[in-house]
Design a protein around this ligand. Structure first.
Ligand SMILES: [Fe+2]
Length: 468
């Protein structure tokens, strides 16, 4: 199917198109299913399921900001050593049905001053939980999809969800629960959610914060949730201009809040941290009296403008780098430090160590001198040996995305498994799914599954195994 009826916006075409609509980020304008895929190497036979990546792919070919295009999922199904298909599908939302129409116009009821949270780009993450596949975007309700990427519709947990739902929930490997939150421009600014393994929303707690911010991610230990209340604040004037309505504030206090998972607002213990922004955490766990949080920290974001152009490489100290915060639950003291000099983003861990002390973290190396605008390597950190780093370096110009770790069937070591991502190759404007051996990350890939067209680089991805 094609959306050829939608007229392309000339601002997204040609040499003057903004960075977020060029190269690997250039949208595709049709939906395909391809079944004859060329494979190099051998696809491990214990990988049975689907790899999905969510991307911003505006139907009109233009958006003001990278983060607001219509969500499109790119998926590959693997079974018993074979790649059954690649397919890409837009998510059918009210924004998809009204291409190019301003989001606020679709979502805001100006008389009641309420928002319709079914109005979503659904473009940030895709996850599996409680037997459902959900596309997530932090300003809206999740969208449920079928395993073949057809849209079921907005998912409200049976009407229990009244507002937005983060694109970065955490999945407890011990209880099977999904921990999440939603943030809003109007009070309550922050609401915490806990979802049972069967998909029932079983806890909803309003959390007191200083004001309306962009809270993209959070963290969770085995027993606590950690909120990052940081100085990227909502600005109504910017919202009325139709762009990204967030700007940096020198006045808003930067704090991390730690709450028992089944706790209440009054139980949150707040810690002042050095002003910063952190789009993504890697993990968090308890170490004696301290809660340790790892994330990709930047000193600030969006002071003058929210424009994003990663081809213009800022100084290393302004780019996201792996950082450690230690929050002492007894004394209230905070210790923090960078763990790596080299910029990286899209941090991931093995699902099995979520909330637990872990040894390994994975991330996309960015600002890389190989010339790949989004970074040409996948990093593996060994946090037990002082955050040393080993990398898989792709051919010059090739652009991997966020890598997902999938445990090998029967594997017991933390890194006994696979790293998978899609890689774009500029010379042919085509892509491939790569499967690396996570224990030997620098080695030749175990397999490449080639797709004879561009898989748009974007945001977050998941491996969703077949139900057992
Ligand atoms: Fe994210």
């Amino acid at each position: 199917m094609s959306n050829s009826t939608v007229e392309l916006d000339p601002r997204g075409q040609g040499p003057d198109a903004p960075w977020h609509l060029t190269g690997s980020r250039k949208p595709v304008f049709d939906e395909v299913t391809l079944t004859e895929l060329e494979i190099k190497g051998e696809v491990p036979r214990d990988l049975n399921g689907r790899y999905f990546r969510n991307t911003a792919n505006p139907q009109t070919g233009f958006t003001e900001h990278w983060f607001i295009g219509d969500g499109m999922i790119h998926g590959v199904e693997l079974r018993e050593g074979k790649a059954n298909w690649y397919r890409n599908r837009w998510i059918r939302t009210p924004m998809f049905a009204n291409p190019g129409v301003d989001r606020l116009k679709l979502a805001l009821d100006p008389e009641k001053f309420t928002f319709d949270h079914a109005v979503s780009a659904a473009n940030t993450h895709i996850i599996g939980h409680g037997g459902r596949i959900l596309a997530l975007e932090e300003g809206s309700f999740p969208y449920e999809l079928t395993p073949e990427l057809d849209t079921v519709g907005a998912h409200t947990f049976g009407g229990k969800l009244a507002g937005s739902f983060t694109a970065h929930p955490k999945f407890c490997p011990d209880t099977g629960e999904m921990l999440a939150f939603g943030y809003a421009q109007l009070p309550p600014y922050l609401t915490y959610y806990r979802v049972a393994p069967n998909g029932d929303l079983i806890q909803k707690e309003e959390i007191s914060v200083t004001g309306a911010t962009m809270m993209h991610d959070f963290a969770a230990t085995r027993t606590h949730a950690i909120f990052m209340d940081l100085p990227a604040i909502f600005d109504m004037e910017l919202a009325m201009q139709g762009g990204m309505p967030i700007r940096w504030s020198d006045d808003y206090p930067a704090r991390f809040g730690v709450m028992p998972r089944e706790g209440r607002d009054a139980d949150v213990k707040w810690f002042d941290v050095d002003p910063c922004y952190c789009f993504h955490t890697l993990n968090a766990y308890h170490d004696g009296e301290e809660v340790v949080v790892f994330g990709m920290r930047v000193p600030e974001i969006w002071r003058d403008s929210a424009a994003m152009d990663m081809s213009v490489t800022p100084p290393k100290e302004d780019q996201p780098r792996l950082h450690e915060w230690r929050l002492n639950m007894t004394s209230g003291a905070v210790k923090e430090r960078y763990l790596d000099d080299e910029p990286a983003e899209f941090p991931r861990i093995s699902d099995a160590v979520q909330g637990h002390p872990m040894r390994y973290g994975y991330a996309l190396g960015i600002g890389d001198p190989t010339g790949a605008a989004m970074g040409g390597k996948v990093n593996k950190y060994d946090l037990r040996s002082g955050a040393t780093r080993e990398s898989h370096i792709f051919p010059a110009g090739h652009e991997p995305g966020e890598s997902v770790f999938v445990a090998r069937e029967g594997g017991t070591a933390e890194d006994d498994g696979y790293l998978m991502t899609y890689v774009w190759q500029p010379e042919t404007d085509t892509s491939y799914m790569v499967i690396l051996d996570a224990a030997n990350v620098a080695d030749e890939p175990l397999a490449e599954i080639h797709v004879p067209r561009r898989i748009v680089s974007g945001f977050h991805s998941s491996w969703i195994p077949d139900p057992r």
